[in-house]
Design a binder for this molecule. Structure first.
Ligand SMILES: [Zn+2]
Length: 299
């Protein structure tokens, strides 16, 4: 949906409410009074800047807001601003710009972007996509993103991102990991990559025993710059696709969250979510509404 169409929706409380009802973000059915069972009546509070409520005609003290039970329950944000935020997030508008355009505090926009990422994480965890398959090439790589030494103990801690991409579907995974030991990497490979896949990696020692991971049929492992492990005498093994994905992801992380490590995992989830559900801003917008409605079933 273009901005002109969207601005009509977020231009009025009633249009925003009707839109969110049509997307199952807000309850469509009229709720009934918990005491007498009568259908409740919607009372307009939007003119005073509030949220409409459902109230029992017989028991005026019994009422719930129209946000009750939804993703928006208990939040101060108006329905119109929520739609704006989601639209801007869907179109990858940076937080600062989004806050400016929506007329809210930057901190609020940041928190809401975090909520949307939580939905991405939930979707990615609950419906994982396995990569590869018999004869399909999956490229993997691990990238060091931070290295710190504890001043007191001298202990060095590292942060890595482990990435893989199916070169056929172009769907990938990205995981924030503490180290690159085989016991860290191999369970992820086994979980994310289908048996029989051809795995391309660089020649780092920690990948050495990938072919020994117990799956049937086994993985075929080929490394860059290692002709012995390649069938072809002239190797065409490379990890360009996964490197490109990581470059795009890094650029995106810098735009959206700088170098914050505390939110890194959720940003990686968002990146993966967009690969699958957000090819365009409209796809992101519609699929995020869909996934929110699936997380918070209200009808
Ligand atoms: Zn009642």
């Amino acid at each position: 949906m273009d901005v002109a169409s969207m601005s009509k929706i977020w231009g009025s409380y009633d249009d925003a409410r009707d839109f969110l009802r049509s997307k199952n973000i807000l309850r469509c059915e009229i709720p009934r009074c918990s005491t007498c069972g009568r259908e409740m009546t919607e009372i307009n509070r939007s003119k005073k800047g509030g949220t409409n409520i459902w109230r029992c005609p017989s028991h005026k003290e019994i009422h719930i807001t129209i946000k009750h039970g939804s993703f928006l329950e208990g939040v101060k944000l108006t329905l119109q601003t929520f739609i704006k935020l989601l639209y801007f997030w869907s179109h990858k508008i940076p937080v600062t710009t989004c806050a400016d355009m929506a007329g809210i505090h930057e901190r609020t926009a940041c928190v809401w972007y975090g909520y949307f990422r939580d939905i991405c994480s939930k979707q990615i965890i609950e419906t994982p996509t396995k990569l590869g398959g018999s004869g399909v090439i999956v490229e993997i790589r691990a990238s060091l993103i931070a290295k710190r030494q504890d001043r007191k103990t001298g202990t060095i801690s590292e942060k890595w991102v482990f990435a893989g991409i199916d070169t056929l579907s172009k769907i990938g995974f990205l995981r924030h990991i503490p180290d690159i030991k085989a016991e860290t990497l191999f369970p992820i490979i086994k979980k994310m990559i289908l048996p029989g896949s051809i795995i391309y990696s660089d020649a780092e020692i920690f990948y050495e025993k990938i072919s020994d991971i117990p799956v049937s049929p086994p993985y075929i492992h080929k490394t860059v710059n290692n002709s012995e492990s390649c069938v072809d005498s002239v190797s065409d093994v490379n990890t360009k696709t996964v490197e490109d994905m990581w470059t795009i992801c890094k650029r995106r992380l810098q735009t959206m969250c700088g170098t914050s490590l505390s939110t890194l995992s959720s940003h990686l989830d968002e990146f993966m979510w967009r690969q699958q559900y957000g090819h365009s801003g409209s796809d992101s917008f519609n699929n995020m509404l869909l996934h929110i409605s699936q997380c918070y079933k209200i009808n």
